[in-house]
Design a protein around this ligand. Structure first.
Ligand SMILES: *[C@@H]1O[C@H](CO)[C@@H](O)[C@H](O)[C@H]1NC(C)=O
Ligand SMILES: *[C@@H]1O[C@H](CO)[C@@H](O)[C@H](O)[C@H]1NC(C)=O
Length: 261
């Protein structure tokens, strides 16, 4: 299925104005993203002694994570047939995010969201579950977690999910990269059947130093084109597509029409 998602989904508010241009990837809350139809959320987690767990953008802490987990929980309660992918994709701070810190974190995740989590053991070899299989188990949240040791000890978590990054500031280069990824990706290269194309541009360090573009401008450049690519060419060959400032594209409608055709 084609799944519309957001990149750095929790990074939508909470930093001083000077940092916003290069730290925020979204401008709508997690709740609003889900209500619009976003079904893949990409979270990066930091831990600060005394203050607890935060959404981070690399080393910058953005906002507390527990209120966001509660928004997801409320959505799942109100919309029991909607299937949501939650990807704890990076743990940038502290740099030695230890096994015990992971344990402390997933205890919180389990308390908020454990009853909704579809166990990874429900996965068939070589593919993900069908929508009917998910509904039959009445567990509609698929949580992937980017620490193998933690996943090994917690079958309610799914293996790390591959994200494919173009790492470019140019729209044509992003297009080439996505085309190449779709053609050449090895589906056996990952132990999670889901995979995410990161359909956004990435500023270079020099752009950030001289404040040349900003994530909102880069998202604007990519978003119109991204909609067309997946609507006209790649919709049936892709899985998760994650974007910045998602209201600038029409991937939610594209996904609904591709998945029902
Ligand atoms: C790693 O984490 C441990 C436990 O929190 C801490 O005591 C230690 O100083 C850290 N080491 C490094 C190299 O950051
Ligand atoms: C599905 O799961 C939710 C959350 O655990 C629960 O409230 C609900 O009663 C369940 N529905 C069925 C039909 O089992």
């Amino acid at each position: 299925m084609l799944i519309p998602g957001t990149h750095n989904s929790g990074s939508f508010a909470g930093v001083v104005a000077f940092l916003e241009d290069y730290v925020l990837n979204q401008d709508r809350s997690v709740w609003t993203q889900l209500a619009f139809g976003i079904r893949y959320l990409d979270f990066r987690i930091g831990y600060y002694n005394g203050d607890g767990f935060f959404i981070n953008h690399d080393l910058i802490r953005v906002t507390k994570v527990i209120p966001l987990l509660k928004e997801i929980k409320k959505f799942l309660q109100l919309a029991p047939k909607e299937i949501v992918f939650l990807d704890f994709h990076r743990f940038p701070y502290p740099t030695n995010f230890t096994y015990n810190l992971h344990k402390k974190f997933i205890d919180i995740v389990y308390e908020e969201l454990g009853i909704f989590a579809l166990p990874s053991t429900s996965m068939e070899v070589g593919g993900g579950p069908t929508v009917n299989e998910v509904w039959k188990q009445n567990k509609t949240l698929i949580i992937s977690y980017a620490d193998k040791d933690t996943v090994r000890d917690n079958p309610w978590l799914w293996h790390p999910l591959s994200q494919y990054w173009g790492d470019t500031t140019k729209v044509p280069a992003l297009k080439n990269y996505i085309q190449k990824t779709i053609n050449e990706r090895n589906p056996l290269g990952s132990t999670n059947p889901n995979w995410a194309l990161m359909a956004e541009l990435t500023p270079r360090p020099i752009d950030i130093i001289f404040r040349r573009n900003g994530l909102r401008k880069l998202a604007h450049d990519a978003n119109v084109e991204v909609t067309k690519w997946f609507r006209d060419q790649w919709g049936k060959k892709s899985n998760i597509v994650a974007t910045d400032y998602f209201l600038g594209n029409d991937m939610i409608n594209v996904a609904m029409s591709i998945n029902s055709s």
